[in-house]
Design a protein around this ligand. Structure first.
Ligand SMILES: [Zn+2]
Length: 268
């Protein structure tokens, strides 16, 4: 894969990104040239139709990391019909789950798709569960990472020492493949799942210690966001972390400013 350096957010209109929490691991990212929808599962506040209405003319991307029901909802094939739609699907999704009229781009770890509508580049990396994780590069050079189910999944209380070692090895291998292309990322969505007990943030901690992330957003917490948003417990000083847990809430990133939909300015 080509080496890509991420560019720090410039203080100009063409670098503005609005991130809306849809639900669980589902986010919509409005960029200057496209709306990116990651792992749409369920949209209790109808945020996606609203975002499309307020950003007419932008292509809408549906990126799906894998087939699990909490990451892939076949409703996506009926959404956003008023917009140009781009489907980037992990190839563990069965073709018979995709309507014939939909022209999808299928990805597996190691695949890069360039020159997509809105001048967007998508790179697929591995997962420790099934499917892929994504790095999307915008025309400005800004990079957005979505982990899918990539994590250091280890259930220490139940696992043997060997199983924990294997889980660690699998995670580090994927992390290294991302680091070969991306020493830093502008935005990262990563699972911080309280079901893992005391070890719930080990994957996120390892990720943030190895890749410089400007803006970190936890996900996959099944509505139980408290520990995932306890950032002092696991994030690094170089990273600004934001707790988006109310479906429909939006974080705007521009230059060194982050603005929440509540109109509270958060200094960086
Ligand atoms: Zn999942």
């Amino acid at each position: 894969m080509a080496h890509t350096t991420s560019t720090p957010l410039a203080n100009s209109g063409d670098s503005k990104i609005d991130i809306t929490y849809i639900d669980h691991s589902g986010f919509a990212v409005v960029t200057p040239t496209a709306i990116l929808v990651f792992d749409y599962f369920n949209d209790p506040t109808h945020s996606l139709p609203n975002l499309i209405k307020h950003n007419p003319g932008l292509p809408v991307y549906f990126l799906v990391s894998h087939h699990h029901y909490d990451h892939f909802n076949p409703d996506i094939f009926n959404l956003a019909q008023e917009a140009e739609r781009v489907y980037v699907l992990s190839d563990d999704i069965k073709p018979q789950q995709v309507p014939d009229r939909i022209d999808a781009a299928w990805v597996r770890p190691g695949v890069t798709i360039d020159s997509l509508p809105g001048n967007i580049k998508v790179q697929a990396y591995g997962s420790t569960d099934v499917g892929v994780s994504f790095v999307v590069t915008l025309p400005s050079g800004q990079t957005i990472f979505h982990a899918g189910d990539l994590n250091y999944w280890h259930w220490n209380k139940e696992a043997t020492v060997d199983e924990v070692k294997r889980a660690y090895g699998r995670f580090v291998k994927v992390l290294q493949s991302i680091m070969l292309d991306h020493k830093s990322l502008n935005v990262a969505f990563f699972p911080v799942d309280p079901r893992l007990g005391d070890d719930y943030a080990d994957g996120a901690r390892l990720f943030l210690e190895n890749i410089l992330v400007d803006t970190f957003i936890p996900m996959h917490f099944w509505g139980d966001y408290k520990s995932g948003c306890d950032f002092d417990n696991y994030t690094t000083d170089n990273t600004d972390s934001f707790c988006l847990h109310i479906p429909g809430e939006t974080l705007s990133l521009q230059g060194k400013m982050a603005l929440r939909s509540t109109d509270t300015i958060i200094a960086r």
